[in-house]
Design a protein around this ligand. Sequence first.
Ligand code: NAG
Ligand code: NAG
Ligand code: NAG
Ligand code: NAG
Ligand code: NAG
Ligand code: NAG
Ligand code: NAG
Ligand code: NAG
Ligand code: NAG
Ligand code: NAG
Length: 305
Amino acid sequence: MQISSLFLAVLFTSAVIADGSADQHKKHHHHDDHRHHKEGRLERECDKIFSLEKLESLVANSTALAEVAHGNATKIAELQAKASQDASKLADLQSNQTLIVECQILAAEEKLERDCLELLKLEEFLRFSSNATEVSTKVNNNGTKITEIAAEASQSATKLQQLQSNSTLVAICLIVDAHNREKLQCEEIKHLEKFIAFAENSTALVDDTNNNATKINEIKVESSKAADRLANLQSNATLVADCASFDQPTNVATAQADTEGPETTANTTGPATTSQTSTPNGADGKLLAKLSAVSAVAILATGML
Ligand SMILES: *[C@@H]1O[C@H](CO)[C@@H](O)[C@H](O)[C@H]1NC(C)=O
Ligand SMILES: *[C@@H]1O[C@H](CO)[C@@H](O)[C@H](O)[C@H]1NC(C)=O
Ligand SMILES: *[C@@H]1O[C@H](CO)[C@@H](O)[C@H](O)[C@H]1NC(C)=O
Ligand SMILES: *[C@@H]1O[C@H](CO)[C@@H](O)[C@H](O)[C@H]1NC(C)=O
Ligand SMILES: *[C@@H]1O[C@H](CO)[C@@H](O)[C@H](O)[C@H]1NC(C)=O
Ligand SMILES: *[C@@H]1O[C@H](CO)[C@@H](O)[C@H](O)[C@H]1NC(C)=O
Ligand SMILES: *[C@@H]1O[C@H](CO)[C@@H](O)[C@H](O)[C@H]1NC(C)=O
Ligand SMILES: *[C@@H]1O[C@H](CO)[C@@H](O)[C@H](O)[C@H]1NC(C)=O
Ligand SMILES: *[C@@H]1O[C@H](CO)[C@@H](O)[C@H](O)[C@H]1NC(C)=O
Ligand SMILES: *[C@@H]1O[C@H](CO)[C@@H](O)[C@H](O)[C@H]1NC(C)=O
């Protein structure tokens, strides 16, 4: 399929930036405040632009305007007055070309995230609805509800087909899904390790249970199960290596940025004005932040798109 150059730009910029900032996140938790601050600011600015643009196009379309106002002439006049008042504010924001590009990137990422989530949800719903046992259990064997679910499944299948016809979306969604699953498993490993350490710490056990021997025994039993599960997860060398890489900064540029980063200049510039050299446009989205640049490049290189 043909991918637009904007989309490619979005993919690469965001993935690379996200990779850098994710590493930085691990190394310096206190940077997060700045990043979130910055991301939040951009999001707010973009939301303002989007809603002003929406209002502008609404008042430009008399059919849509009448629909929204339910034909109420007072309401229509109010919306028109508001749009005309806001026109200069919008023009002002739109005059910043950098901001406009960043907002376009953000919007594309958000659309990708929405579509990917919808795709995964539809797949899960169709899996569920195709299992008659599961469906009837879920709705207490209510025939009406079973029919409703079947009807919804038919609609969902059409929608899913539509989304799946977009091979870019499918390819990226697959990476994201695999990555999310892996992240969850990494978190599980950490929780298991923590729990096992707790169960092996007699001081902590006594403190936590008020020295209740029954409870302590229960915890030991749980801990033994946890150890089995942990061994099972850790037997996968790929998973262990990937989990370790999530915790470690790998990016040389990021490491450099870190040494020149906010904490060394904080006294002179102050936290609010500190800029992050490794996140030049701060446009790392929620979804693409979960993607590594490597997988994005790999998927493009293997021609899956
Ligand atoms: C105006 O709004 C109506 C109703 O929402 C829509 O069907 C139509 O396509 C819009 N016209 C233009 C030119 O956008
Ligand atoms: C029309 O809109 C105005 C302003 O929003 C509102 O005060 C008024 O109650 C509305 N009239 C009707 C009939 O809904
Ligand atoms: C334009 O927008 C960018 C990105 O949000 C921002 O960093 C910059 O300060 C803005 N420039 C002006 C002149 O407002
Ligand atoms: C494929 O999906 C992506 C992400 O939602 C979207 O940006 C792009 O426009 C879609 N392409 C087509 C051809 O629909
Ligand atoms: C359907 O769901 C039941 C209960 O969750 C499960 O035991 C069974 O394996 C499922 N059947 C198929 C074909 O997936
Ligand atoms: C079955 O589901 C329908 C539709 O949701 C509901 O109106 C009805 O009360 C349910 N019947 C029973 C017996 O729960
Ligand atoms: C055991 O738990 C106690 C109390 O929670 C804690 O102070 C101590 O550091 C723990 N010991 C080890 C070896 O983790
Ligand atoms: C000890 O823990 C067990 C299991 O959680 C609980 O049933 C029991 O009531 C506890 N005994 C005391 C004295 O708190
Ligand atoms: C090991 O983990 C990787 C990464 O999460 C996964 O792709 C692979 O399927 C796992 N292998 C096994 C045998 O579970
Ligand atoms: C930076 O500020 C902190 C707290 O205000 C102060 O303790 C520290 O000495 C300052 N460092 C430099 C290099 O000025």
